[in-house]
Design a protein around this ligand. Sequence first.
Ligand SMILES: Nc1ncnc2c1ncn2[C@@H]1O[C@H](COP(=O)(O)OP(=O)(O)OP(=O)(O)O)[C@@H](O)[C@H]1O
Ligand SMILES: [Mg+2]
Length: 479
Amino acid sequence: MYFASKRQDLPFPGVFGLFAAFIMACGTTHLLGAVTLWQPLYWVDGAVKGATALVSVPTAVALWYLLPRALALPSPAQLETANRNLLREIEEHRKTELQLREANLLLDERVRARTALLQSILDTVPDAMVVIDASGIIESFSSTAERLFGYGADEVCGRNVAMLMPPSYSEEHDRYIERYIRTRERRIIGNVREVSGQRRDGTVFPMELSIGEVLHADRQLFTGFIRDLSERRRANDRLQELQTELIHVSRLSEMGQMATMVAHELNQPLTAITNYMNGGVRLLESEGDPRARLREAMERSAAQALRAGRIIKRLRDFVSRGEIERRFEPVSALIAEAAELASLGIRQKDLLIEVDHVAPDAAILADRIQLQQVLFNLLRNAAEAVAEQEQRSVAINARLDGSDVVISVIDNGPGISPEVQDRLFQPFVSTKENGMGVGLSICQAIIVAHDGRIWAEANPAGGTIFRIVLPRVQDTEKT
Ligand SMILES: Nc1ncnc2c1ncn2[C@@H]1O[C@H](COP(=O)(O)OP(=O)(O)OP(=O)(O)O)[C@@H](O)[C@H]1O
Ligand SMILES: [Mg+2]
């Protein structure tokens, strides 16, 4: 009993109590067996024997019940082995944990390196990056974006991306995303578009936007790459200004060349007017009724005055700089005017420019003065090319080609000289003694600005053909 009470970890402590009671009862039975030799205490002996029997029954039952379990209890040797195994397992576990921690550190390091790399790329690309979620809320804002828009990332993250757009765009934006998610119809995603952005200070600027789509941890995100176009736009404007300036200057120099021709040309109507007037005076002084002939003389002189006026007006139009203005222009009228203008400016009096109206209803959207400048330059080049020919021929015509208008200037000169062939449209390329070499470069600049093309080809009949292709507009598209 003492042992059982001291060893608290003992399994089945109850059975120890039963054993103790059984041993005590047995011992007492034997002791009383000896005592009854001298004293006849049979009743006591009987009672103790009964008690022993009573204790032995539960002890036997308990043993019967506990024996398989007691057998299952590990022996100290077994416990020792188990213990050793356990220690080894613990050691292995510790090692694995250490390895795992090292691998984790390595992974962390790699992720950090990759993130840093990505960040440095995002920081150095000229594009700003803004990531938004499906409801337009800003998730991330690169440092370039911070510089571009003037907001810090912490100020914009969590707010709607509409704050980066002028109000006219921002209202549409939510609808764009909503429609995309609903229809999956790609209007902007995957494309590059030019839109407007708004900086913190309220200034609106042109920007190029390309949007990509990412699925991140089951969430749909949109990444916007933004490029500031202000600088490019400014450079373009400057170029445009310079070009306009160049065209203007070249027109002025043409003017100088044309001045003598114009003086001569104006002389004709003026002389005619003077003659009609003198004739009229003589008619008034003569006998009879001069009215019918006087009327005719006056009408003719009025027509000549109008002609002189037209010549001056055309010249003024040609020289004045004016804003570039595109209008609906019938091509045949453009060609006729340019041919007339060229006839004035060309020194060879007996050269006739043949105008061929193949497509009388062809029309283009053009700045009339600029287009005249082009045709004038081409016709002047053609006239200069044929100057030395015996049979001189310069012709201009227009024809339709699908949705285009093709204007051709044809001469029978010597053809393009091989030394300038490849650089024809570059400025300051000339084979002429007094040529500046800017005519064709101006032509090209103007035609390209009108969404057209210009090139030279050899004339099968000898000489050169310059062709201009411009998009045709229909009467209904008039602006
Ligand atoms: N119809 C043509 N036939 C042959 N050569 C031509 C013709 N048109 C142009 N060229 C060649 O192309 C060159 C460049 O022409 P461009 O009109 O640009 O300059 P340019 O006529 O020499 O000088 P300008 O600045 O006075 O027009 C000419 O010098 C000439 O050699
Ligand atoms: Mg020229």
